[in-house]
Write a protein that binds this ligand. Structure first.
Ligand code: GLY
Length: 366
């Protein structure tokens, strides 16, 4: 379970100690990675209006009191249930009650669900107000809190309603990760491996060399892990914020098969990172068949996933996942668009891969 460690209650360290401040190009978000950040946000933002905090049942009681000030607190239920239009409507009512106007700020304190729902409320309340993200899970720190994607699920499907609304600041406090449940921490590790295979193979080597300290959640490696992933995510989204040029699509490595596995299990048995790990293994084997990766890279990918206790293949027959694959936004005219890793360079989006080849590779990965 989450629990604040002793360090979070320690005296304020001076600004600049043990923290990394990242900003890229024109992208409007500054990411701060550090420890003990939650209780000194104004050291970075300057004197500003007290934010309205959106948290969940765990992060509210654990972390909200570390924040210097707040205008109100709204608590979402845990899990995907928190990411719905009725919940966002309840956030709007709480914002009205707390008299949050166009100069107001929403602060999202939690994992991906909180970030998405609170971010969507910020994008739409009074046609858009300022947003701060304080991601408390590894998955949110390395991926979902950065890049401006916000949204909610509908009964008809996941993330069908949303908006791009980048946070002004993302405060990633690695102290929050030290007591995250192992299963949840692992989901973020899958996204970290994705940056290694998809963006920078040197980073994959760093993950391999530091797997032990990462799994022990040593503070200095967590700082490096989160800051390197944040740097790569910022670089990609600043190149292609709206996912138009194809650069941002690279972040979907492993996600086409991964989303299908999540969907076929009713978003229960397969968690996001686990499903992406299985999907990355299929993508790696496909890359080997296309001559983009060698057998050695496939083995390497399998080894690091196993080291992080992540799955190395799917468990559902092809026939079960095909209907969900076909619903993928990137599946046109019966041909999938798939992100394919390449040796020693960044991955690439390809739309020339015949479905039978994907099927054969998927079945070989079972
Ligand atoms: N998580 C993928 C993206 O932000 O585009």
């Amino acid at each position: 379970m989450y629990a604040p460690s002793g360090q979070m209650t320690a005296a304020k360290p001076p600004v600049g100690e043990n923290e990394i401040v990242l900003r890229t190009g024109e992208f409007p978000t500054t990411v701060v990675v550090g420890k003990g950040l939650l209780f000194r946000i104004s050291d970075f933002t300057g004197k500003t209006e007290a934010p309205f905090v959106v948290a969940d049942e765990i992060t509210g009681p654990l972390f909200a009191d570390f924040l210097e000030q707040r205008k109100g607190l709204f608590t979402l239920p845990r899990g995907e249930e928190g990411k719905s239009l009725p919940r966002v409507s309840a956030i709007y009512s709480a914002l009205a009650k707390s008299q949050v106007d166009r100069s107001g700020i929403i602060l999202a304190l939690g994992g991906g669900v909180v970030g998405d729902a609170a971010g969507f409320a910020a994008a739409t309340w009074m046609r858009g107000i300022r947003l701060l993200q304080c991601p408390t899970t590894l998955l949110a720190q390395v991926d979902s809190a950065i890049g401006g994607k916000t949204g909610v699920n509908l009964p008809e499907g996941k993330n069908l309603v949303g908006a791009f609304h980048p946070a002004e600041w993302v405060f990633s406090d690695v102290e929050c990760l030290r007591s995250q449940e192992e299963e949840d921490f692992r989901q973020g590790l899958a996204e970290a491996v994705k940056y290694g295979i998809g963006e920078n193979w040197n980073f994959l080597s760093w993950l391999e060399e530091n797997a032990g300290p990462i799994l022990r959640r040593e503070c200095c490696v967590l700082l490096r892990l989160v800051s390197e992933c944040s740097r790569m995510k910022l670089a990609v989204v600043s190149e292609d914020e709206r996912e138009q040029s194809g650069s941002r699509a690279r972040l979907n490595l492993g996600h086409t098969v991964g989303h299908a596995l999540e969907a076929v299990s009713g978003y229960k048995r397969w968690k996001h990172g686990d499903a992406v790990a299985a999907g990355m293994m299929v993508a790696a084997r496909l890359a080997a068949r296309l001559g983009e990766l060698g057998e050695e890279e496939c083995l390497r990918i399998g080894r690091i996933l196993s080291r992080f206790s992540l799955p190395t293949g799917p468990d559902r027959p092809w026939e079960d996942i095909l209907p969900f694959l076909a619903r993928d936004k990137k599946f046109t005219g019966g041909v999938p668009s798939l992100v394919i890793p390449r040796k020693n360079t960044s991955c690439t989006l390809r739309s020339d891969i015949p479905l039978p080849l994907l099927r054969e590779t998927y079945e070989e990965s079972l």
